[in-house]
Design a protein around this ligand. Sequence first.
Ligand code: ZN
Length: 388
Amino acid sequence: MRITKVCPDGDLDQFGGRAMIVKTDRGTFKTPHRVLTSQEFQYKANLPFEPPLNNEISEVVAQFNRTNWGKFMNTNGSFNRRLGTIEFFSDKMAYTIKRFYPQLPSDVMLDDTAIKQLLELQRMSDLDFIAIPNLPSGIRDFDKIVTSFAEEVLSERREPLIYLDMGLEPPVFRERFMTLLSHSDIDTDHIHTVGLIYRPIRKNILNYRLLWENRESSVFFQMSYIPREFTRTTAASTMHLLQKWGIDSFSVRAGNYVPSKPLENDGREPLPKSEVLRRTKRFDPEPLAFRQFHTWVDRGDMLNCSCPVCKDKTVDDFISTYSSEAESYPCQIFNAANRLHEYYCSSDEFKTSRDYIRTGELSEYFKTREGLRKSDLPVQLSLDTWTG
Ligand SMILES: [Zn+2]
């Protein structure tokens, strides 16, 4: 796959947000949009029926903890299995444009050998993007590394995707980001997209501001590793909030919402079903925030959602439809359905916000969605804006 054109659709305004048209030799898509992850795709297989998942870009997420990262680097079998997983998903999601994201523990340092192995893993599959992970801060010749990487990937008729960590020190982030943008002329250069790894906005405001300042660039910005909830107290949907900064595509961090699998519960017994239900939150598309599943009962029995997993269901219907004695851990199917509900509603919502962006009304949109309004961080405007 090759990206052939990236262009804005409509004017930009001071508030932020952008609607783009991305053309590839495999078709055209519009942003902002939500990317389907392999974990979300897998949820479909848990349901008693298989609802269609229409999406244009997918992300195969590989979750690593310290132990299996060690195995990946030191045994042939682990590499082989990881490759098998990528092949499995890229076959299932063959109708999409596919990228890969390794979700690593924060203390794993990627050296040249690790980077080489991650690149080989992607090359041996039929992914459309070949992603280079965030390079260590101290690295020299960033420009040279990324341009020769991009050239090589393009020669294989794939699209290079260079990741930057939003938590990089602001001078490093700025230097790398501006370097990538300087190689982005669609006719003569090799870089048409930049990958971004989510880190909290309030701790990395300068890096987010740099994105905002460069939102007129004709480069496709894809962000991975986004937590569902912005913070525990204001449970706004993080990815909807992020569109203000001029990011074009969003994929959610892998991992279960409530640690119901034994492995995610520090190896302890899985939580009982009643406890998982009590802790689970459900995406509410009206405020664009998450609230406790049981609070739906307080507003009447109906879920009032027309997505394929909720359509015409009451709260009780939802619980009984999505439960089975044959589950491998409590609430496995319920969790899958709850997450797919979020995927469907959130994907549709980006189509709505796109219309607001195109007419310069994203700030109005943010005011009407309670979760966004409460969590929005203002961009510090230049003095000119106030005075002139
Ligand atoms: Zn729904």
